[in-house]
Design a protein. Structure first.
Length: 233
């Protein structure tokens, strides 16, 4: 099984997503995204069904430039500030897991701080990232939970990735996601999250609820910008 990107670029053989008239939304695969706005050289689309906002494919970075941005990230596992940031996800997730649960940190990046924090809480962790931990064996196991922190905003084909993450989860398993939810359109132009050139999809809480409904999952939002999905048993 191929999992497309750990957040990052699509794996070879995958089309570049919406951009031609009539192309379906890569998040819900039902709506047809239409022009939302243009800001400088970047053009954005909006899906009328799931309400996702999408960077036009023509405005994405080349793969080598995308990786260069990720290599600039300085997310050290021992950084107290970064650990506090990740605790927004790890705390509510671990509260729902038994000690010893087996998890995958999908899109862990070069410094897998979250995996270390989950191990400190008594969980067993595997790592996957297409650039930094490209382990095919990690994608052939099944897990009690999967974490995706600051990942889904990078995905070229979110619907495909969510389906495959579901396949990695055992019945009743949890998917913990952290991404900045889009809210007021009036703030979009100056929103810091939009300004990251590697961010290509922006989700509202309603967008994530649409994903959950389509996959037959339940959804909780225990904290700002944190979504906990649970796969049906």
């Amino acid at each position: 099984m191929k999992l497309y990107s750990g957040g990052r670029q699509a794996v070879a053989g995958i089309s570049q997503g919406p951009g031609h008239h009539g192309d379906p939304c890569p998040v819900c695969e039902r709506g047809v995204p239409a022009r939302f706005c243009s800001l400088g050289e970047r053009r954005y689309l909006r899906c009328p069904v799931c309400e996702a906002t999408l960077l036009h494919p023509a405005c994405r970075l080349p793969p080598e430039d995308e990786r260069a941005v990720y290599e600039l990230h300085d997310n050290q596992p021992d950084d107290p500030g970064y650990r506090s940031f990740l605790a927004r996800l790890t705390e509510p997730l671990t509260a729902r897991l038994p000690v010893g649960a087996h998890g995958l940190d999908f899109g862990c990046g070069p410094g897998p701080a979250l995996a270390r924090m989950m191990e400190e809480a008594g969980m067993a962790m595997c790592l996957y990232d297409p650039f930094f931990y490209p382990s095919e064996s990690a994608l052939s196991a099944s897990y009690d939970f999967v974490t995706c922190t600051e990942v889904i905003e990078h995905l070229y084909h979110p619907a495909s990735v969510f389906r495959q993450l579901s396949a990695l989860l055992k019945p009743g398993g949890w998917l913990g996601v952290m991404t900045c939810f889009q809210t007021d359109d009036a703030r979009f132009e100056h929103w810091h999250y939009r300004r990251d050139p590697t961010h290509v999809v922006f989700y509202r809480e309603a967008t994530l609820a649409h994903i959950a409904n389509r996959l037959g999952w339940s959804l909780e939002v225990p904290r700002k910008d944190v979504a906990l999905f649970r796969k049906g048993g």
